[in-house]
Design a protein around this ligand. Structure first.
Ligand code: BEZ
Length: 211
């Protein structure tokens, strides 16, 4: 099943390193990032999980829960977490889903058989507080993801949700944002009484409203 932006994230019940969860209940009123990694006890995955554990306070600050997944079982996850702590200098501080029967991987189309017919690729799903998918990413097994980029994306998505603005290329928190085309000039005048920088009628910048 292909999951697209705007779809409701499929719900499921599965075991994790922190006990059994029903996914939608686990998300609750927060946002969530569900990401797959191909296999326990593999090098790139080890570095990724260390990076996510280090960034956990940044995800929390943005109201976002993180959860990993691979087709391994909870026993392997727990055993591997010791290696993660030893090599990455940080304790695994978020749950890892066990998916030995590939139920969740199949629901989320995380196995791409022409790449590998048993292991998951590196999928990412950002899910909002209404359980809607807001971003999907797919990386191959050989390329570790940039989780700082996910923080940047979260800042952009939250701005869009809360302030009806979009963010330009390479935008970072605090930089000018773009008034979305759906906002008319009249609506923009009411919303931004101090005005905006207009390079074209469709290219209108205002300061980051959260700055
Ligand atoms: C890794 O995490 O290093 C990895 C996992 C599966 C295939 C290739 C690399």
């Amino acid at each position: 099943m292909t999951i697209r932006i705007g779809d409701v994230a499929p719900d499921f019940t599965a075991g994790t390193t922190e006990g059994r969860i029903r996914f939608h209940d686990w998300i609750g009123d927060a946002w969530a990032i569900l990401f797959s990694h191909p296999k326990d006890f593999t090098p790139v995955c080890t570095t990724e999980l260390g990076a996510v554990a280090r960034l956990k306070p940044e995800f929390e600050r943005r109201g976002v829960k993180v959860i990993g997944l691979s087709v391994d079982g909870v026993t392997d996850h727990r055993s591997w977490s010791k290696d993660i702590e030893e090599t990455q200098g940080v304790k695994l501080n978020f749950p890892l889903l066990a998916d030995p029967d590939r139920v969740v991987s199949d629901k989320y189309d995380m196995i791409h058989p022409n790449a590998d017919d048993t292991l998951t690729v590196r999928s990412v799903f950002v899910i909002d507080d209404k359980k809607k998918v807001r971003l999907t990413l797919t990386y191959p097994a050989s390329t570790g993801r940039n989780f700082d980029e996910l923080l940047r994306v979260l800042d952009s998505l939250k701005l869009t949700s809360e302030h009806q603005v979009a963010t330009p290329v390479n935008w970072k928190h605090g930089e000018d944002v773009i008034i979305v085309p759906a906002v008319t000039q009249e609506q923009a005048s009411a919303r931004y009484p101090k005005g905006w920088r207009e390079e074209k009628p469709y290219l209108r910048y205002v300061p980051d409203p959260t700055k």
